[in-house]
Design a protein around this ligand. Sequence first.
Ligand SMILES: [Mg+2]
Length: 480
Amino acid sequence: MQKLKKHLKIYVNRSLNLASIKSIGFDMDHTLVLYNREQFESLAFHETVKKFVANGYPEELLKLKFDPNFVIRGLLVDRERGNLLKVDAHKYVKSAFHGHRKLDKQERYELYNAKSFKADDFLTVDTFFALSETQLFIEIVDTMRRHPGLIKKSFTEIYQDLRQWIDLSHQDGSIKNRVLAEPEKYIDKDKFLVETLVKLIDGGKKLFLLTNSDWTYTNAVMSYILNDVHSDFPHWQDYFEHILVSAGKPNFFTGNNPFYEVMTEKEGLLKMHRGPLVPKKVYHGGNAILFEKLTQQVGDQILYCGDHIYGDIQRSKELFNWRTLLVVQELEDELVRIERLQPEFERIMDAIRQEEELQDEAQALRSEIGTLQRRLHMASSDKQKEQKQASKLKEYQEQLARKETQLEEQHRLIKDLINHRERSIHPVWGELMRTSLERSRFAKQIESYACLYTSRVTNLRNYSFSQKFRSYRDMMPHDL
Ligand SMILES: [Mg+2]
């Protein structure tokens, strides 16, 4: 097989044999249905700003502009202080902003790194919906920084208002109705979706849809992306064995809600369901225990693909041993940049190796110097030998001073190279799954919960339906 570009690959945390997977489930929003992020998030942003002003916040807020590039997933929100944090896998805050003001190292240290860090005190930006929400919070914080006294509420109170009104924007139709009115503006059709689904079906996999969206919205957007594309599957429902809407994940995996049959021809009327799930019918609610029982499927024969670590991936894996594939859409552009920056990454690695060599040489000199100093301190009758040792000592000390200067330069060079690479990947936060060269907290979560991860669910088309995905994660540092 031709070597795949990085952004077309599927990455493996836990080995998985696709041949032993019988059933593949999909989340809908941001997994099967991709949104034009800029349009979609700015819609949520502006609809929520309107609710702020309607509820007594200053009209100044209507001037706020949506910046699609400031907030990324995996960041933490400090609601109490109005700060946004990027944390590494060891809970060290590597970068922080108050509004748009970057906190310096000392501030970061005093606020976060000097004490034990409790991630539970903060909110994780882990869904696409949370991106616009966090962006709005940061813009309001920044407005307050620039205009002290304009808003007389604490950051925590503002966040509570924000939560309430953003949820309302999602519930009252302000967002969904606009998406459905102009789907071509808000939804990006993935031209490989049909090919991918058909390839999986031809490979003997049964597909199911498991979404938190309601029937009306699901039916509308799925019709938009899948109806009348393939002659064997004229209607979107033809691709799926089971369709589960309003599932309420993650509670779907923890609760015991019954299934209701959605009377699709009667505009979504619900009827309590008993007995096995009938293929091709649409069900509302339900729970994973019942789903496995009613469809006679077992956990590790199911692969579930979703974009939300907590809602889609963590519970399904932990509680049901479903195999999981996490869609990290933002990796797509980033992996293209990472691939282009590969020579820079190698230069950094070379520079680090050179620094290590310099450190070893400096260490050898320090040890020689120590030995000579100790000898010179001991009384000796051989003045000539003593003189020789003294001049050797001076020579080593000069060499060490030069090495230390070289080391400082090398250290600065590495820092500059890393900074340049990070800024080329994302101007504010650097790489999504790294902070400098360490793994980010987000990367650690992906490692813990997702068997596989990729930037698009349609990357499945690049692999055989009996592909053995092999993990190299179990390599120990001493194996390398
Ligand atoms: Mg989703």
